[in-house]
Design a binder for this molecule. Structure first.
Ligand code: FES
Length: 212
């Protein structure tokens, strides 16, 4: 059995299993840290969304909470000017090419972006960056769900869920601004090997994958 360690998050003493990932320890103790790409079911974090930064005593710079195993005596702050600045910048970048249409979005009220904006007092509409809408077609070809790439935040949750479900239909293609979640050969979902198991829809933290 894993050894239990005591750590401090935002001044609160918390007990956790040695080696457990800080992000999950914090969330399990009702301490919210913004996150989009972290996945409890995966052993190796991709740490790609860059939203879960925390400050750790003794470390010169903030670290992503999804990569940090807890150890005895760890002292963590989830808020500091530096952390807040990094999270705000990362969030602004994500929102700079996210189609904002909350009123008509199936995830409205249950969207991780809205939660981050609310808890960190950030604007959903970027203040400093122009919004570049990719204006990509919505894939409406599956029977039970639709995929809107203009709302996708490229967290990779759907790709991992699809792989775990055994289909492996979804993957990333292209780079930089053109990066997109798609099927092999960019086939419409309805013509791909997708079995419509719904695993991807369940894990999408925004409204990019939505039930019909
Ligand atoms: S949740 Fe840690 S970098 Fe995305």
């Amino acid at each position: 059995m894993a050894e239990t360690v005591t750590l401090t998050i935002d001044g609160r003493q918390i007990h956790a299993a040695q080696g457990e990932i800080l992000l999950w320890v914090a969330l399990d103790n009702d301490i919210y840290i913004p996150h989009l790409c972290a996945d409890r079911e995966e052993e190796h974090p991709t740490a790609s969304c860059r939203l879960c930064f925390v400050e750790v005593e003794g470390r010169p710079a903030p670290v992503p909470a999804c990569t940090l195993p807890v150890t005895e005596g760890l002292v963590v702050k989830t808020r500091s000017p530096q952390v807040d600045g990094l999270v705000a910048a990362g969030f602004e970048l994500i929102m700079s090419n996210h189609r904002l249409d909350c009123k008509n979005c199936s995830a409205n009220g249950n969207c991780e972006l809205q939660r981050i904006a609310k808890t960190r007092k950030l604007r959903l509409k970027p203040k400093n960056l122009p919004v570049l809408d990719k204006n990509l077609p919505v894939d409406d070809s599956a029977t039970t769900f639709a995929y809107d790439p203009n709302k996708c935040v490229l967290c990779g949750q759907c790709i991992r869920a699809c792989r775990r479900s055994g289909n492996g239909t979804l993957g990333f293609a292209r780079r930089g601004y053109l990066r997109v979640v798609t099927t092999f050969g960019d086939m419409p979902l309805g013509e791909s090997n997708c079995t419509e198991c719904g695993a991807c829809v369940k894990v999408c933290p925004v409204g990019a994958l939505a039930k019909k």
